[in-house]
Design a protein around this ligand. Structure first.
Ligand SMILES: [Zn+2]
Length: 245
């Protein structure tokens, strides 16, 4: 009998916990992960967000004059808070308009990239996402695209999910597919799966205007955070499986 009452109490507890927990992304998290992820003391998953460029490196410059480094940071900060709402430990490579080099570095770009890789490799992160904006000589070219290193099975999986989620969330007729890149320094040097999200083309008038809009930035961050949650959900089963072995 006692066990029965305990079960009923536990059920009531679970139901009230489900009702108390609110907020759209928390609901998404619960649907994806189940309530066991809310157990206090459970090891947090770490994710690194890397807003590209910064400081004296503006990145691409939009047709409307907007700087890539600023957009990267704005999208990344929104993504950071969405992931934190889902109990994910987030490490940012930068949170201000600064590059990751010192004034004494002779090759600041190289120093900056090395430092980003160091942060990611020392973070214990399960994945890292670099946020960038694209540009091309032909004005009509547009659409978000995600890049991964060809030798990384998990990087490819993450990139495909993020590409899919960006297309579903933005609903802008983008037909791009996640693409491998074997030459980019950060893709080669990071130990955990890293993907580069090119949010759109600053050389396209319509897209540059959209990317400059805080609501659109929120949408982008929302898509990337949903994609990360989907990826973590798919891989949490594998972790549990490995733990049991
Ligand atoms: Zn860039």
């Amino acid at each position: 009998m006692k066990k029965k009452y305990f079960n009923i109490l536990f059920l009531l507890f679970v139901l009230s916990a489900r009702i108390i927990v609110s907020g759209q992304s928390v609901r998404v998290m619960n649907e994806l992960f189940g309530l066991e992820d809310k157990i206090p003391g459970k090891k947090q998953v770490t994710v690194v967000i890397d807003p590209g460029h910064g400081g004296r490196d503006p990145g691409k410059i939009g047709v409307n004059g907007i700087l890539e480094k600023d957009l990267n940071l704005m999208v990344s900060l929104r993504l950071e808070s969405l992931l934190k709402e889902n109990d994910i430990n987030v490490i940012m490579t930068r949170t201000e308009d600064t590059g990751l080099y010192s004034e004494s570095d002779s090759n600041k770009k190289r120093a900056d990239m090395r430092k980003r890789v160091d942060i990611i490799n020392n973070s214990g992160a399960v994945l890292a996402v670099s946020i960038h904006q694209n540009s091309f000589v032909e004005e009509y070219v547009r659409g978000a695209q995600v890049f991964y290193h060809g030798s990384s099975v998990q990087g490819k999986e993450l990139a495909i999910i993020l590409q899919d989620q960006l297309i579903k969330t933005l609903k802008d007729g983008n037909h791009r597919k996640a693409k491998s890149n074997e030459s980019y320094y950060m893709l080669r040097m990071t130990q955990c799966p890293l993907v580069i999200v090119e949010c759109g083309y600053l050389s396209n008038h319509n897209e540059a205007a959209l990317l400059s809009d805080p609501e659109y930035q929120e949408k982008l961050a929302w898509a990337v955070h949903l994609g990360i949650l989907r990826y973590l959900n798919m891989n949490s089963g594998q972790e549990k499986h490995m733990d049991n072995e």
